[in-house]
Write a protein that binds this ligand. Sequence first.
Ligand code: C2E
Ligand code: MG
Ligand code: MG
Ligand code: MG
Length: 292
Amino acid sequence: RAKLEGGNTFSFYSPSMDADARRRQIIEAQLRGALARDELSVVYQAQNNLDSGNIIGTEALLRWHSAELGMVSPAEFIPVAEECGLIIPIGSWVLRQACAQNKIWQDLGLPRLRVAVNLSARQFRGDTLVDEVAAVLKETGLPAEFLELEVTESALIHNIDAAVATCRKLKALGVKLSLDDFGTGYSSLAYVARFPFDKLKIDQGFVRDITHNPANAAIATAAIAIAHGLNLSVLAEGVETEAQAIFLRNRRCDAMQGYLFSKPSAPEAITTLLVNNTRLFLGLTHSASEQA
Ligand code: C2E
Ligand code: MG
Ligand code: MG
Ligand code: MG
């Protein structure tokens, strides 16, 4: 902040530059050519209804396998992409990939699912987002209701009125909106009600030790109540154990996402998962009708 406002700072490469800053600079340089070199890919993680277990959707998650650096985590390179602006072309690419892939799954005749795409603050603040989303839906043929956009509080708090307006325009296209990483932000709860969200995603930090940390259990339980009080659905992120899933289901959480059911996986692996899920579903329907 001081850097931005001071205006009297210089940026240069020097041996004394600390290791973090050097790493950041290398990531930026390598990321610049990553799309052209075909180093980026999108994986998908299933989301399940907590009562039925059925898959209700997937979340698209970006992966970067750099020729120079190996696998780099999005937790590391997304913030860099955000700062240097590369998130704009990369984010557009992810959106297109995810919509096209979801349309492929729909065209297989499987039960139709929603795909969730993460938006960074910079994408969200740009003035081209709404038109771009509309164009991508048109190009890929994915009906708007099967696209969900995930935003975090940090994307919204800079200019709440502008953010509310953008959310309304997105909703007018017919897409769904989720608030990601709920509980990790710093602003008041009042703003949540101002946004036309469809879903809250409880951050995995609260879910991880939900069965033995009473404070986090209380926060997760309160988050579920807030969501339902506002007529939103609620999904818990990072569900790794059956005990966590049962705890959340008992507290009427609607959906879960986590390693317990699905790791983020290549599209082909998700196709298999979807086909098997459908077989299971058809199998259940079949035995039910036999009994009737
Ligand atoms: P997120 O949107 O909150 O995504 C959930 C993260 O939790 C993912 O990490 C996912 O792999 C991880 N996860 C899911 N289930 C479990 C679990 O059971 N246990 C544990 N320990 N982790 C689990 P990932 O893929 O490393 O992504 C990290 C973050 O990077 C994402 O958090 C999101 O904020 C950002 N990101 C990823 N892809 C994109 C993208 O295409 N665009 C933007 N703007 N951000 C992205
Ligand atoms: Mg997300
Ligand atoms: Mg999250
Ligand atoms: Mg996160």
